[in-house]
Design a protein around this ligand. Structure first.
Ligand code: NAP
Length: 305
């Protein structure tokens, strides 16, 4: 298959950057890949694992000659990382990213690289692991990648970026950046906030109770701990970068929680039953659409194969 881009530079060689490099090598072996990470230990490990064709000593070196640059750094680091390649990147090179929030990241990339075409993207795929050992080639398979082109984006470039993500196994959807941020606030950011809160509450309990919490965690807590183990830097940045949408969804959530609290206090079983039936149907829908696995471990034990 001919590659939609000849030379892809990946900045940030953690979970997302490493997975992109490995997936490109499998799906589009004709494309040249270079990469850079600010941490020398990460660069060394990335070279050992062959995450990209060439691991470079600087961001400028990595982007030289590239026709696509993908920033895979935390949302709050996008602006600084993009500033590092200004002057070194081809004027026509497409600048993209994988950040979990789109409005603020697009602004940061645009401010640093005002003359390059910028087409942000967000593969809705990840794990709670981070760093150069976390990436794997199949991460994007059958997962959504939301591309958020600005209104004046060149459709031909959007089509090439779409072809690249489809080659990596993703299903692509185009969306306006602000809409993306609202959707992800409720499907991803709020659940993470809730998980961080619940696990934090448990860790504040008296010691004896806390050990029981760990021992009997299969009763629901365990699934929250997986989410709450997600990278602290990235998630700090996500909440700061998508502040407005997250606060709006949090307000709605607090109102719904209060109404459930009232139903429990007044013994209103019908309200509880009606809600739990609706939510069960949503879970079935997610499994039917292939976005999760019905097995108790969610099939995660064989996701890395
Ligand atoms: P990660 O595993 O921590 O990798 C990020 C890497 O970028 C780290 O090695 C970090 O180095 C490096 N870095 C930070 N600033 C840099 C800079 N200025 N120049 C070069 N490298 C720099 O994180 P990740 O999970 O791959 O997340 C990367 C992006 O993907 C984030 O924007 C996140 O929103 C998005 N994303 C994540 C997921 C997920 O589930 N994790 C899913 C979808 C999208 P240090 O360790 O030294 O900081």
């Amino acid at each position: 298959m001919s590659a939609p881009f000849d030379h892809v530079a990946v900045i940030g060689l953690g979970l997302l950057g490493g997975s992109i490099g490995l997936a490109l090598a499998e799906a589009l072996p004709a494309a040249r890949t270079t990469g850079y990470d600010r941490d020398p230990a990460t660069r060394a490990r990335a070279a050992e694992r062959g995450l990209v064709g060439t691991v470079c000593a600087s961001a400028a070196e990595a982007v030289a000659g590239a026709d696509l640059v993908i920033f895979c750094v935390p949302p709050g680091a996008m602006g600084a990382a993009a500033t590092e390649i200004a002057g070194a990147v081809n004027p026509g090179a497409v600048i993209s990213d994988v950040g979990s929030c789109k409005v603020s990241v697009a602004e940061a990339l645009g401010a640093a690289l005002p003359t390059n075409p910028i087409i942000p993207a967000h593969p809705v795929a990840g794990t709670e692991n981070s760093g150069p050992d976390a990436g794997f080639a199949s991460l994007f398979r059958n997962r959504w990648c939301i591309i958020t082109p600005p209104a004046d984006a060149d459709p031909a470039l959007v089509a090439r970026l779409t072809a690249l993500w489809e080659a990596l196994g993703a299903r692509v959807e185009l969306m306006e950046a602000a809409h993306h941020d609202r959707v992800l606030a409720v499907t991803s950011h709020l659940p993470h906030l809730i998980a961080y809160t619940i696990v934090g509450t448990a860790s504040d309990l008296e010691e004896v109770t806390q050990s029981e919490v760990i021992k009997y965690s299969a009763g629901g807590f365990r699934d929250f701990t997986r989410i709450a183990a997600s990278d602290p830097t990235m998630w700090r940045d996500v909440f700061l970068a998508n502040k407005d949408a997250v606060l709006e969804m949090l307000q709605r959530f607090s109102e719904d929680l209060t109404s459930l609290q009232r139903a429990i206090r007044w013994g209103d079983g019908d309200t509880l039953f009606e809600l739990f039936s609706r939510t069960r149907a949503i879970r079935r829908g997610i499994i039917e659409q292939g976005q999760d696995d019905a097995r108790p471990d969610f099939g995660r034990s064989d996701h890395k194969s």
